[in-house]
Ligand binder design. Structure first.
Ligand SMILES: Cc1cc2nc3c(=O)[nH]c(=O)nc-3n(C[C@H](O)[C@H](O)[C@H](O)COP(=O)(O)OP(=O)(O)OC[C@H]3O[C@@H](n4cnc5c(N)ncnc54)[C@H](O)[C@@H]3O)c2cc1C
Length: 439
């Protein structure tokens, strides 16, 4: 078989490219359904996104493109409300603008240390994430939230993480804003991520959650093959080999657009210099176990859309309350919580039954479950990779991979193809920009 464009992976990035290139492209996906991370699962009427998903837009063109794909009115504003639970008090997100919710001593400490960081004349430029956070927020805020949360999320020493790739969403607030939050905390404020959206189909729709977007985009895909696992790419004769229907299949391409995680892709390609293979294998990431808990009983109030947890004794980094996004994400007298558990990719896999027990125990400890609430079902799925961990070597390794792949007309893109921290909107924008050159 031959195709002008072969697209590897039917996540949001691959689907967008395939939808734009129509019959000039074939889309290959190893799973039996499309969507990659942007899938939504239904368990007895309880709907859960694969991981927390909310749409943020940063440019009008992509916003218009996405809104145009979905039926009118489907995408509803969903300015997120998130809480951060710390041992010194519960603080509304963003943490730094609400420190007045901490106990008096800690609040004072945070203001004092922020002033020191803000007005210090001897600030060192640093690309070490730990020092970078200290420079921006000061010691108090780092010790209450930024250090314990990021350690729990990345499961990696913060001083070994490179800050440059994470700095886009972290800016030093103005001193007057910190003071306002210290005096008048937990007031809802407009921030960079307030312009957010979530699909809300009608009550009896057969599909809910963010998967609505993948399904709508996929309607424009002409050629797709599910259950097709790409296993090798012969770069010399531009041939992709994969397993499908128990047999081996080959497809020749003029151009290949891959969204498969970069380390996996590089291992599949022929003739990659051994030293580059070795470097690629040193790329670091974490995994997220998404534990979906279906609960029967009255919905809790004032949870916000999600909550962050710094406590090391609780297994989850965040709890996501699905009915806050869409009231029909669960039956009337029920609610669903998605618990995100972060895990370092090189550590042995977690035992899922044990993990699920610990999650329920954690819910009880937090007072989320009382005698009137019944856990109906628990189910776990895994996002792997989930968060890329940027070390000081990551940027150069990625660049070297792209240079190699370009020689053979392979573009590696998307959150894991480009080994980046990106969002749905960014993936769609990048995919649209890439296809523009071939129209
Ligand atoms: C915990 C978490 C929270 C997030 N929250 C948000 C949010 O709130 N808002 C937001 O906009 N974004 C969010 N994101 C980011 C968003 O999910 C991603 O940017 C996006 O889904 C990436 O899409 P993709 O197509 O690049 O990759 P993927 O979705 O990973 O797609 C890659 C596809 O390739 C397939 N594949 C892999 N190997 C092979 C193979 N050998 N052969 C064939 N197919 C293969 C996979 O099965 C998959 O379908 C979040 C991500 C995570 C992990």
């Amino acid at each position: 078989m031959q195709s002008e464009f072969v697209i590897l992976g039917a996540g949001i990035t691959g689907i967008t490219v395939a939808a734009e290139l129509k019959d000039r492209a074939v889309l290959l996906e190893k799973e039996n359904s499309i969507g990659g991370l942007v899938r939504t699962h239904c368990i007895d009427g309880f709907w859960f996104d694969h991981v927390l998903h909310i749409l943020h837009f940063r440019d009008d063109e992509t916003e218009a493109y996405i809104k145009n794909i979905l039926p009118e009115g489907m995408l509803q504003p969903c300015p997120p409300k998130a809480w951060i639970e710390t041992e010194y008090g519960n603080v509304l997100y963003p943490f730094q603008l609400n420190i007045g919710a901490l106990d008096d001593k800690m609040k004072m400490q945070c203001v004092h240390d922020f002033a020191k960081a803000c007005f210090s004349s001897e600030k060192e430029q640093t690309d070490n994430y730990k020092d970078f956070l200290l420079n921006i927020f000061g010691k108090g805020m780092c010790e209450v939230f930024y250090f314990p949360y990021n350690k729990k999320l990345y499961k990696y020493p913060l001083e070994k993480i490179n800050a440059t790739q994470l700095s886009w969403n972290l800016h030093q607030p103005k001193f007057e804003d910190i003071l306002e939050g210290a005096f008048f905390p937990n007031k809802y404020r407009e921030t960079y991520n307030t312009h957010a959206f979530y699909p809300r189909p009608h009550k009896d729709a057969t599909q809910r959650g963010m998967q609505v977007l993948t399904e709508a985009l996929a309607k424009n895909v002409v050629n797709k093959k599910l259950n097709f696992t790409v296993t090798a790419i012969n770069t010399a004769n531009k041939t992709i080999t994969g397993k499908s229907d128990g047999g081996e299949k080959q497809i020749k391409y003029d151009r290949c657009f891959s969204t498969i995680p970069l380390p996996v892709l590089m291992k599949m390609c022929s003739n990659v210099p051994p030293d580059l293979i070795e470097k690629v294998q040193s790329l670091e990431n974490n995994i997220v176990y998404s534990v979906a808990v279906c609960i029967k009983g009255k919905r809790p109030e004032n949870t916000g859309h999600w909550r962050y947890y710094t406590d090391e004794n609780l297994p989850f980094t965040r709890l996501i309350f699905m009915t806050e996004f869409d009231e029909y994400n669960a039956p009337e007298n029920g609610w669903g919580v998605l618990a995100e558990v972060s895990h370092y990719a090189r550590n042995p896999a977690l035992c899922i039954p044990d993990l699920e027990k610990k999650i329920i125990f954690g819910f009880k400890k937090l007072g989320l479950l009382d005698q009137n609430q019944v856990v109906h079902k628990v189910h776990t799925w895994i996002a792997e990779p989930a968060y890329v961990i940027f070390t000081h070597e990551t940027k150069n390794i990625i660049e070297e991979c792209h240079e190699y792949l370009k020689l053979y007309d392979i573009t590696s893109s998307g959150r894991f193809g480009n080994w980046e921290y990106s969002s749905i909107y960014q993936n769609i924008r990048t995919a649209l920009q890439w296809t523009k050159q071939f129209k």
